[in-house]
Design a binder for this molecule. Sequence first.
Ligand code: F0G
Length: 365
Amino acid sequence: MAVDQSGVWRFRDLLPILDDPNRAVTLREGNTPLYDLPRNARALGLDFLLAKHQGMNPTGSFKDTGMTAALSVARERGFEWVACASTGNTSAAMAAFAARAGLRSIVFIPEGKIAWGKLSQSMDYGALTVQLRTDFDGCVRILTDLVKRFPIYLLNSVNPYRLEGQKTPAFEMAEQMDWQVPEHIIVPGGNLANSAALGKGFAEMHHLGLINRVPTISVIQAEGANPLWRTMQENDGRELVSVTAETRASAIRIGSPASWQKSVKVIRSTGGWVEQVSEQEIALAKAQIGAEGIGCEPASAVTLAGLRKLVAQGKIHAEQRVVLILTGHTLKDSDYTINYHRDELFTEAERSAMSSAEKAEQESF
Ligand code: F0G
């Protein structure tokens, strides 16, 4: 049966969200590889570094695991239309799963601010694709108003069923590591649903006695899109500090994340950290992941850049096992990669602000 081939629905006993899970809308999502990164481990002085590659999902990002769950609920409840605001990956996933389910979909994306690969996907899968002259946070506001007035099922990450699907990679990781979960999980932070969902997955396994402890979950943001980092610095996670977001890692160009409270809870309860990384650090980390034959999109590369900082700060030690969550496929944003390797990604001003050690490191990748 199709659901048995899904890395999400094979955990259906832990996903009590559908009357009939055998009728789930699936594209055989999940079951993604856990790669080792030996050269990066060595460079960081770690014994063991792994990457859970969620970019190997059917539409090329981790969003598929949440979308199979939420789209299935939408169909079961009889909706004809679904919608989301997106920096590109949620919209690609939603468009694909809606098409499979025979539902219509509407996508709101910030004009000129998402990678072409992602824009092309929502068109390819037949979504009504609307570019708005605002940023992601503006798209969310407009969509929230629209769904109040029309019978449209909202598929942004505030949708609780998306989190249910997105918790399943935690189960897979535990399974892939013979139930000896790693000491540390490092997740990119945008709208902050993924860190919340993975935290839920590990907490549930712990509660069921499947694992004997939970990993620390740390969240990494881009310096130019760092509302969670600022929230932790400025008021210890009590009140969200929204920012005007700007980063070339367009997937995480988000200034006012919806799931920040859930994410803070997960970071706190697991003993994790929040870090921010610069544009140069992101680009270098992306090239270093690419150079191991793995590759990922820029937003995913914040994990390696953040890990480097956590190791330098003495928070993560050589013998501890670390898993980076690579959220999107390298082909999602090929313009970024080409610009980097042609030395056209950074402006003159940015280049002259780099130290000679940074320049040398960039040139070696
Ligand atoms: N990595 C990628 C590749 C993403 O697409 C996103 C979010 C994130 C990380 C951040 O995950 O929001 O759960 O903290 N992309 C959303 C979108 C916002 O619309 O595709 P998060």
